[in-house]
Design a protein around this ligand. Sequence first.
Ligand SMILES: *Cc1c(COP(=O)(O)O)cnc(C)c1O
Length: 483
Amino acid sequence: MLITLANGRKIPVEMHRIKIVQKMNLLPSKERLESLSAVGYNTFLLPAREVFLDWLTDSGTNAMSDNQLAAMMVADDAYAGSESFYRLAKSVKNVFGFDQTLPVHQGRAAEHLLVKVFVKPGQVVVGNYHFPSTRVHVELAGSHILDLVPDDSLIPQGSAPFKGNIDIQKLKNAIEQHGADKVAFVRMEATTNLIGGQPFSMQNLREVKKIAAAHKIPLFIDGSLIGENAYFIKQREAGYADKSLREILKEMMSYADLYYMSARKSASARGGLIATNNPEWFSHLMNWLPVYEGFSTYGGMSTKEMEAIAVGLEEMTDPEVAGSSPEYIRYFAERLQELGVPVVTPPGGLACHLDAKAFLPHIPSLQYPAECLNAAMYLVSGARGVERGTMSEDRDPKTHKEVTARMELVRIAIPRRAVTIGQIEYVADRVAWLHKHKDLIGGLTFTEEPPVMRFFFGKLKPVGGDWGTKVVEAFQKDFGKEL
Ligand SMILES: *Cc1c(COP(=O)(O)O)cnc(C)c1O
């Protein structure tokens, strides 16, 4: 529940009891420096046991409810016709209103099937903003993606409440330029992951649907973070404050010709699904399901996972659940702003994002400021986020030149129902300390650079001397050697 304190500050107060916990470990800063050096300053390569607060992602890291765990115990392990599948399909019908459900092992598996069935070489897929796995699937099919968010959605410190909207003029232009028959589908991502978990509005969805329908272009919703998008519509859009999340979700889906999701995020489970009311598309997609995923009543998932999703989707319609991550992110972002740290605004749905370009203006893009900041944050707090900037880009396949990212962000993901205000206060304090000592932080350069997805496995070293040691020495002077 969102509570306003006597001093005016709004804090989320948990409406759940914490019944199971996992012990964590905070290595002292000197050992963190050794760990970081051993993995070439790439926090992605740190063993989780060496991380205190692992805020790399909100994918598959959310706390599950007692009812989800209980449902997993009664899963029906039938290969064909499992009762667990029928429970999942019923929940999809209840929450989203679709008659047909196809289970898949995770979100990118849904994208693989959709691209296989709907995208032909030379076509384009248009949308608000792509997700990395979507882009790769679409490009492998000989097509490409057009990102159509308004220009100011890419300004980190903005004020537009719906940065995930499609710019209607850009959509009209794209359809005119390519021809409606060359647009495979319109893809609305709820909420747009890569630009900070930013939502689209119902009004925008309605307008996009109108244009797509007029040109007979199908509209697909990628709803991996659908609970959060619905929550933001309720909070931020005129006319929706008194509507329930169920009503909002149903209205959203009334504009979608097809829906798919990773269940690892909003549904607080793992796995994924595709849903539609179009029987022809359904049978088309279903034909491919056994080839890539598994039989149509499990789709590569364990039956336990289907049970967890079935319950997770129903629970996601509770604002306490859908709002859990957004309210902690808002609190985190507000605290950081009060402490003078540049963050992405307005706060979004999956993570608090530090604006590394503004934080470390002395580090050029090609020395990966976002990973420098992420690594430094690990040194002073034991928390890890993930780099979302130039290091996450790959080199141009033709010219082999580096591609600089439009934004340099450190994404500090907030897993649902798994984070406390104390933990947020701690990290905010350490990040603010870093901001005061930002001149200690230097750049990074690759020592091992993989040809694709280099942010996963690449190794780097500090540029111009060992700045990691300098950060740790200054930190120890202020906080002691134990922390
Ligand atoms: C996570 C995500 C995916 C991919 O899902 P996986 O389950 O990780 O394969 C696709 N789209 C969006 C918007 C996502 O957030």
